[in-house]
Design a protein around this ligand. Structure first.
Ligand SMILES: [Cu+2]
Length: 276
């Protein structure tokens, strides 16, 4: 029994210690990325301290029973087969124990689901639009900031070379602020995700999905489109840069000049075409 708990504890610790670099996955990574939101920390705790011990315990129990039965009841050791068809105690046990386990899993699971679905009062709203095969972003709180984020090709990367992960522009958000994301698509299904934030939401054409995050660390965070959307599905990464409030204000000033007028023409053109 001691050994059993040691193994479970070992797996739990391994699961929680094996974090990769902030905002990024790494080769041979087994567990989650280091969390950058409270929600993701809770998701990891749920995985490591509730799900994994239960899964490990069930797996070890089933393996033990299989081996025991194969050994104890094989034809040479047990030549007269049992004719037992019913055992009330066993039936109650294998009904009640799974029910209890499912309840133990369901309560924290529903709590997490509720937290991720309930958007607090937003400090900032960003609209993310999926396209084949890049993401477009809008900052409606700050006028007409509109820009596309295209993947950098291998020869455009600077060190550390993060192949298929870097984009030419990044979403910039302030640290410790609630960011509401409105997510939709221009063409087919995509999905916007940042694993370190514990956020993943489908981008559905004709529908506006909403989710949120509140990053508690500054840094650059990486994600990738997570809904198969065509041949270049793997080439539309997502970059979120979390900065201080001051840096964010500076960036907004920059973005208002850099990302405004050129794209407005695009919208007007689209509008004119639609009018004709
Ligand atoms: Cu996609």
């Amino acid at each position: 029994m001691k050994l059993f708990f040691s193994i479970i504890l070992g797996i739990c610790l391994f699961g929680s210690l094996a974090f990769a670099e902030l905002g990024l996955s790494e080769n041979w990574q087994l567990s989650f990325q280091e969390p950058a939101t409270d929600l993701m920390s809770d998701i990891i705790s749920f995985h490591s301290y509730i799900l994994m011990p239960i899964i490990t315990g069930i797996s070890i129990l089933v393996l033990f029973l299989l081996l025991y039965i194969a050994f104890r009841f094989n034809s040479s050791r047990n030549q007269v087969a049992s004719t037992t068809t019913h055992n009330t105690v066993v039936e109650i046990l294998w009904t009640v124990i799974p029910v209890v386990l499912l309840i133990v899993i369901a309560i924290p699971s529903f709590r997490l689901l509720y937290v991720s679905e309930t958007i607090p009062k937003a400090d900032l709203t960003i609209k993310a639009i999926g396209n084949q095969w890049y993401w477009s972003y809008e900052y409606p709180d700050y006028g007409d900031i509109v820009f596309d984020a295209n993947m950098l090709n291998d020869d455009e990367l600077s060190d550390p070379k993060l192949r298929l992960l870097e984009t030419d522009t990044q979403i910039v958000v302030p640290v410790n602020k609630v960011v509401k994301l409105q997510i939709t698509s221009n063409d087919v299904l995509h999905a916007w995700t940042i694993p370190a934030f514990g956020v993943k939401m489908d981008a559905v054409p004709g529908k506006l999905n909403e989710t949120w995050f509140k990053a508690n660390q500054e840094g650059l965070f990486y994600g990738q489109c997570s809904e198969l959307c065509g041949p270049k599905h793997a080439f539309m990464p997502i970059n979120v840069k979390v900065v201080s409030g001051k840096e964010f204000e500076d960036w907004i000033g920059f973005a208002k000049e850099e990302y405004a007028s050129s794209n407005i023409d695009l919208y007007n053109n689209t509008f004119e075409i639609a009018q004709k």
